[in-house]
Design a protein around this ligand. Structure first.
Ligand code: C5P
Length: 229
C-alpha cells in the first residue's frame, strides 16, 4: 500500500513561523511520530512526503535520523492541501493502484489504524475515511453569528485521516475539482462532490490533528502515557 503524507503546510494556527511539523513533540519533530507509525504499519510499503522545498533539507535530516527501512520520497507540495495531494498523486509510482492519504499533522494515528484502513481498502476497493462520532452538539451558524440550526448529532462524524482510495478514482476527482474550481479540506469531500460512495472506518479518539499549541500539549501527554504502558 502506498502512503502519501501531506506535510507542506505552515505553522500559522500554531503561531509558529516555520512548518509546525518540525516543532518538537516528546523529544522528536512532530512529523517523526507520523513516520514512525507509518514505518511500523506492515501494510505500508512506500511513503511519499509532500513538502515545501524550503523544508526539504530539514526533512532529509529527520529521515537520516530515523533511517526507515521503507522507500521514502519527497514530493513538492502546493499552496493548499488539495493542491499538495494532487501533486503527490502525480508522483506515485506507476504500479500504485491504491493509496492512503494521511496528514503529517495527525502524528498520533497508530500503526493499527493505518493497517486497518489499508486492509479494508484492499479487500473491497471502496473509498474510506477514518472517522469518529462527534461528542459535542454542533451548531450551524450564519455569518452574523446567529445559530441557523442544530443538525441531528447521531448522524455526525468527525473526519480524520487516513483516507483511502483507488489511485485512478482519486486522480479523476482531483482533476474534475481543478476544472470546476472546487475547494475542499479533505479528499473524501471530492468523492462526495462527484457523487461517489465513501465508507467510514472507526478512527481513534487520540488521532488528533496537531493544529494549536494546546493540541501540542495534549499530544505530548498522550505520547508520554503510551511510553509508560
Ligand atoms: O493546516 P492543516 O493542519 O489543516 O493541514 C492538514 C495537513 O495538510 C497538514 O499535515 C499540512 O502539512 C498539510 N498541508 C499541505 N499543503 C498545504 C497545506 C497543508 O500538505 N499547502
Amino acid at each position: 500500500m502506498h502512503l502519501l503524507i501531506p506535510a507542506a503546510g505552515s505553522g500559522k494556527r500554531m503561531g509558529s513561523d516555520r512548518n509546525k511539523l518540525l516543532l518538537p513533540l516528546h523529544g522528536r519533530p512532530i512529523l517523526a511520530w507520523t513516520l514512525l507509525s507509518a514505518a511500523a504499519a506492515d501494510q505500508i510499503t512506500w511513503i511519499g512526503i509532500i513538502s515545501q522545498p524550503v523544508d526539504q533539507p530539514a526533512f532529509q535530516v529527520l529521515l537520516q535520523d530515523l533511517s526507515l527501512s521503507k522507500p521514502v520520497v519527497l514530493v513538492d507540495g502546493g499552496s493548499t492541501r488539495q493542491e499538495s495531494v494532487e501533486r503527490g498523486l502525480q508522483a506515485l509510482p506507476a504500479d500504485a493502484h491504491h493509496v492512503l492519504i494521511h496528514d503529517g499533522a495527525r502524528c498520533l494515528a497508530t500503526p493499527d489504524l493505518l493497517n486497518r484502513c489499508a486492509t479494508s481498502l484492499l479487500s473491497d476497493g471502496a473509498a474510506l475515511i477514518a472517522a469518529i462520532p462527534v461528542k459535542d452538539t454542533i451548531k450551524v451558524v450564519n455569518a452574523e453569528g446567529w445559530i441557523d440550526h442544530t443538525p441531528d448529532r447521531s448522524q455526525l462524524w468527525a473526519a480524520q485521516t487516513p483516507q483511502g482510495f483507488t489511485v485512478a478514482q482519486l486522480k479523476a476527482c482531483h482533476e474534475r475539482a481543478r476544472i470546476q474550481g472546487w475547494e475542499v479540506t479533505d479528499d473524501a469531500a471530492l468523492l462526495e462532490r462527484c457523487q461517489l460512495p465513501v465508507k467510514i472506518v472507526p478512527g481513534e479518539e487520540t488521532n488528533l490533528k496537531v493544529t494549536t499549541p494546546s493540541d501540542l500539549a495534549i499530544a505530548a501527554w498522550i505520547l508520554q502515557t503510551r511510553f509508560q504502558e
